[in-house]
Write a protein that binds this ligand. Structure first.
Ligand code: DGL
Length: 354
């Protein structure tokens, strides 16, 4: 009888110990830094001017000591640049490093600090090339680290809190800023100065960060991460794709220059529903026919799809259209599409799925 009671007591003790240890084992989050305003420094706390990408990832994280309460943080400096200088080399390095880390059992999620100027492009590139359902969260700030009410520390805390949450698994790549969770599937920077600059103009944001926890109100709309057909594992270079704006009286000058420079793809940021001047249209038709350039019509308008056959006979010219993918993310998708196909109908499929 005594043995039975001892066994029961000992089993209870072991269970309590397991629960207690488990509760103390925090998720492991890697913070990969690339630069941007979040790592920027101004001359004074009130000065508007600042230099982006000046403080290191360790200095960044020292401003947010409370993240150590919710995660075991590891930090790496991948780059330290203003994101206006983001480039294919950093993208490939970043995506390969993320894939290495998320393939490790002891890594639970990734936070990437990044400038806001091209954050939507990097987020979308990772959304299409990361091969895991573990949370990958990009974060930036609109005020430098030295500013009064710098938004970086709060954004970093929220990004880590989002990355450690089980509900964030399988949501694709996300951007967390100004207490909101944005999906990479429809991300756009919409204001030059506001801390709430990022929006999902077509699909609405994924959710909010409230009281240090994510509250999701929608699922991602498009294919991403583990459902993506794109793989950059063995790529060291991406196809050259240029974006060409249309506006009143726009000529074929930049189309001709892009073709001459060896562009494999051209995305147009057209007026209205992706419309372009007749001169641009004719030059693009020639580029498709004579140089095999892939053409995707997108729009300079912030929201709404760029649809096929509205005013332009896309099949006649071999054009694809971007649907809900804005010109900057269309360039990313076309670069990856061209690693697999040049067929305009296959490219069109990709623009309806991603
Ligand atoms: N230089 C810009 C960049 O790195 C500043 C914008 C920002 O990070 O908020 O994107």
């Amino acid at each position: 009888m005594k043995t039975k009671i001892f066994r029961q007591f000992f089993s209870l003790f072991l269970f309590a110990a397991f629960i207690s240890i488990n509760a103390q084992i925090k998720p492991t989050i890697y913070v990969l830094a690339t630069g941007g305003t979040i790592a920027g420094q101004g001359a004074t706390a009130v000065a508007s001017g600042y230099k982006p990408g000046t403080i290191t990832v360790d200095q960044l994280l020292s401003a947010v000591p409370s993240i150590k309460d919710i995660a075991d943080i590891k930090a790496e400096q991948v780059a330290n640049i203003g994101s206006q200088d983001m480039n294919d080399e950093v993208w490939l390095k970043l995506s390969k490093r993320v894939n290495e880390l998320v393939s490790q059992k002891d890594v639970d999620g990734i936070v990437i600090t990044h400038g806001t100027d091209t954050q939507e492009e990097t987020a979308y590139f990772l959304n299409l090339t990361v091969k895991s359902n573990k949370p990958v969260v990009l974060v930036g700030s609109m005020r430098p680290s030295t500013a009064i009410s710098a938004d970086g520390p709060r954004n970093i805390y929220n990004a880590v809190a989002c990355a450690v949450a089980k509900e964030s698994i399988g949501k694709g790549v996300m951007v967390v800023m100004d207490d909101r969770i944005l999906g990479a599937d429809d991300i756009a920077k919409t204001h030059t100065l506001s801390v709430g600059t990022f929006e999902n103009p077509n699909f609405g944001h994924l959710g909010i960060m409230y009281n240090g926890k994510p509250v999701y109100t929608r699922e991602p709309v498009k294919k991403h991460t583990t459902a993506s057909e794109f793989d950059i594992t063995n790529l060291n270079k991406l196809p050259r794709v240029e974006i060409i704006l249309s506006y009143s009286n726009a000529t074929s000058l930049f189309v001709d220059a892009a073709v001459k420079a060896g562009a494999k793809g051209i995305v147009t940021a057209g007026v209205g529903n992706g419309n372009i001047t007749t001169e641009i249209q004719n030059a693009l038709a020639d580029a498709v026919k004579k140089s095999g350039v892939a053409v995707v019509r997108s729009s300079r308008i912030l929201s709404g799809p760029t649809t096929q056959w509205d005013e332009i006979d896309d099949d006649k010219y071999g054009f694809s259209t971007s649907w809900y993918v804005n010109p900057y993310r269309s360039r990313v998708l076309l670069m990856l599409a061209l690693t697999k196909t040049t067929d305009y109908k296959e490219i069109q499929r990709m623009f309806t799925e991603y």
